[in-house]
Design a protein around this ligand. Sequence first.
Ligand SMILES: Nc1ncnc2c1ncn2[C@@H]1O[C@H](COP(=O)(O)OP(=O)(O)O)[C@@H](O)[C@H]1O
Ligand SMILES: [Mg+2]
Length: 235
Amino acid sequence: MIDLLVSDLYTAYDRADVLHGVSLHARAGEITCILGANGAGKSTLIRSVLGLTPPHRGSIRLGEAELTGRPTHRIVAMGIACIPEGRKVFPRLCVRENLLAGAYRVGSREQVRENLEQVLRIFPRLEERAGQLAGTLSGGEQAMLSIGRGLMSRPRLLIIDEPSLGLSPLLVKENFNVIRRVNETGVSVLLVEQNVNQTLAIAHRGYVLAQGRVVAEGSAAALRDDAEVQRAYFG
Ligand SMILES: Nc1ncnc2c1ncn2[C@@H]1O[C@H](COP(=O)(O)OP(=O)(O)O)[C@@H](O)[C@H]1O
Ligand SMILES: [Mg+2]
């Protein structure tokens, strides 16, 4: 569990800024959500945190450590795991192999085995299907698998980009229950979503991004009741 503190972040792809001074605080132990419509800059924010599209101004701190200027592999090694948009699994590898792929930088075999056991305890469904090819899993199971793979490195902060994309409402609910359970095991979560109502049902706090700026922030309850937020961004 660890705090992520983003201050006054500016990120551009070419010349034009996509993020215009974004600040946010994902508190240790909480689920923090970032809501916003398509193109608001949510994925760019994640890419900035991971050093994939480095910001040209502002700061990103994980606990006491400054992340800006560090290469992605170092940032990841500090305890961040990310499940990118589209949550790809390796379809021709079995469930167990997919999970092990998430532990590539875990030092000892002993530790890998322990992490695998812990992840399978969180996802009994994956344990039942451990030998099955990932490509033959249902969409919901693949979503679980992608989260399980992220957990194999024992991250302190798990970043998930639009996990509900392409899932039926029932599976979204199930998937979000999984995220809540993961958080309860002591992992801070930064959850990027467009699905406002279900996201606010599991998040502690949230931020609303529009055109690269934070336009609303607060506790999940406050955002849920914020008629302006509902009307302006989510119809
Ligand atoms: N690789 C890229 N190169 C140039 N522009 C990009 C790139 N990725 C995203 N953008 C632009 O940045 C803006 C924010 O995109 P993105 O961060 O993907 O938003 P979101 O994840 O909220 O849908 C959009 O206008 C998008 O067109
Ligand atoms: Mg995105």
